[in-house]
Design a protein. Structure first.
Length: 555
């Protein structure tokens, strides 16, 4: 976060240089102001340097907080006020103070005890020292404006502007203030030092400040009155912020944790309205009280849930680590066995006796996450095994396919080949035996794939041969010899890429078809002759007058 700088120095620094020795000087840390966003997130604003930071400034930190900041641990509190420590690097949460933090605090205490404090007397003020240009919280202009609203916080201001006494303020020479803005701010500081309220009139302010040297820091009465008028809204905002801060403290006192929150706002309001010690802490309207109570309760619940989530996460991490250290737990280990195993651990007894305890749901969540992790590891291992097996099977198939190609090139593969005829030739081949038992296509399936390709190839050649025979006026009959068939085809099939074995298979295919066709024609003629004989028989049987047995054929 980059602070927004101004050229003015704090007015407190100006008048502190004119103190006499022995007087107390306001610390730099006193000028820091604490605010909260509407979401309840705390940030700090320095009205002098115009700097805005999320982290607590070092000047406001206790020695223990400074020592803790030098370690990798962070301190938090539960809803009931109990402190615990969290390490964002190792994701570890512990109830007891870590040894690293204890050593850092001890070292800081030893350093503080051996350091001799020195008191420096401020030098007289010079004209080079300039007063502050603003003392009230302004809208944030640093990069955190995306998270903090531009308006002033509506919840709490826990520190106020460092206001000098009238006597201390009188020691600052008037010629210190060189610009109109500085003189106006000096007049504002004068009004603060005399205790001006937001409901004062100009006459009241004039009577309270007219005898002070800084009354004449502004030359004309009109400029003083204008400065007073500009002071009033700032003062009203401070008073409203102080009132909100008191109401915020009241809420923190009545409802310190989630367990003390009532069921409704009406019940909560009745509690502080009936509290005699809270009379001066009420807000002006019921709506303001409801808004602040709602924001406070929401933040309280959110902090409680965050703290519970962190505690549960710490418990789950320890249980997960314990499961990881148990090799006997496998993917098939049932829930009841794992629960019995966890509950038997000394670590579990220690956590169960702690204030947070162990939620049974945490055990179940850890179990499910552990089984899911084991399942993922098993799936990964199985995928690797399947990949290895697939690669081995693929190489075996490629080897068997190469064996088929070699056999086809050497012996040829008929379009009507059968596995029983092919098997004796390759049963002892290593490339055949290596493929057995692998997933995917089996040897017989690869064989039939090869035969199907050969069948399609021969069918294409047979169709081309029929077209050539028809063109040459040659009919494919059972009596056509292979020599005459090849002579009729000429080079037509060779030009189509057919080998001598392919031409022989084409002839055999067409010759078988011609034989089947001839057999079909003869069978058809035979059936027709039988049908005619039957027709003659039925004609003679049903003829009238009946034909006698001794009648000559000619009659």
């Amino acid at each position: 976060m980059q602070p927004t700088q101004t050229s003015a120095a704090p007015l407190g620094a100006t008048y502190s240089q004119h103190r006499t020795p022995g007087q107390s000087t306001p610390t730099t840390g006193a000028t820091w102001q604490e605010f909260k966003t509407p979401e309840g997130k705390v940030y700090f604003f320095h009205p002098v340097t115009r700097q805005t930071v999320w982290e607590k400034p070092e000047v406001l930190q206790t020695p223990e907080e400074r020592a803790l900041a030098k370690t990798s641990w962070k301190s938090y509190k539960t809803a009931n006020g109990r402190s615990y420590y969290y390490n964002p690097t190792t994701k570890q949460t512990v109830w007891e103070r870590p040894q690293e933090v204890s050593d850092a605090i001890s070292a800081a205490e030893r350093a503080a005890s051996t350091t001799t404090p020195t008191v420096s007397i401020p030098a007289p003020a010079s004209k080079a020292v300039t007063p502050v240009t603003a003392t009230t919280p302004a809208p944030l202009t640093s990069p955190v404006t995306a998270d903090i609203p531009a308006t002033k916080p509506s919840l709490t201001i826990t520190s106020s502007v460092d206001v000098p006494s009238p006597d201390d303020l009188a020691r600052v020479p008037l010629n210190t203030f060189t610009t109109e803005a500085q003189r106006t701010e000096a007049f504002h500081m004068l009004l603060r030092s005399v205790g001006a309220k937001s409901d004062w009139t100009w006459e009241q302010a004039m009577r309270a400040t007219i005898n002070h040297p800084h009354y004449r820091v502004l030359i004309s009465v009109g400029s003083r009155k204008a400065a007073f008028e500009s002071f009033l809204p700032l003062k009203r905002e401070e008073e409203r912020a102080a009132k909100r801060a008191k109401f915020q403290k009241l809420l923190a006192r009545l409802f310190p944790d989630v367990a003390h929150l009532p069921m409704s706002f009406a019940e909560a309001r009745a509690m502080w309205r009936n509290d005699p010690a809270a009379r001066d802490s009420f807000m002006s309207t019921r709506r303001q009280e409801q808004q602040m109570y709602q924001a406070y309760s929401d933040q309280l619940v959110k902090d409680y849930e965050t703290e519970q989530s962190r505690v549960h996460q710490a418990v789950r991490e320890r249980l997960t680590q314990a499961l990881n250290d148990c090799p006997e737990v496998t993917i098939n280990t049932p829930w009841k066995d794992i629960r019995r195993l966890l509950e038997a651990l000394p670590m579990y007894s220690e956590m169960a006796k702690s204030e947070a305890g162990v939620d049974p749901n945490d055990l179940l969540v850890v179990f499910e996450a552990h089984i899911e992790r084991l399942q993922a590891e098993f799936d990964e291992w199985r995928t690797k095994q399947e990949t290895v097996a697939y690669r081995k099977a693929r190489k075996a198939r490629e080897g068997f396919q190469a064996l088929l190609e070699e056999y086809t090139a050497e012996h040829g593969l008929a379009y009507d080949a059968t596995w029983t005829a092919f098997y004796p030739a390759i049963k002892d081949e290593p490339r055949y035996t290596e493929l057995l038992g692998h997933p995917g296509s089996s040897p017989i399936e690869l064989f039939w794939d090869k035969v199907e390709l050969q069948r399609e190839h021969i069918s294409d050649l047979a169709q081309r041969a029929e077209q050539t025979l028809e063109k040459n006026g040659v009919e494919m009959t059972p009596d056509l010899s292979a020599v005459d068939f090849k002579a009729a085809l000429g080079e037509s099939l060779v030009e189509a890429g057919a080998t001598a074995r392919d031409i022989d298979q084409v002839y055999r295919k067409l010759h078988r078809r011609a034989e089947r066709d001839e057999d079909y024609r003869q069978e058809k003629a035979k059936r027709r002759l039988i049908e005619k004989r039957d027709d003659l028989y039925y004609l003679l049987r049903d003829y009238r007058p009946r034909i006698a047995l001794n009648i000559p054929y000619e009659e």
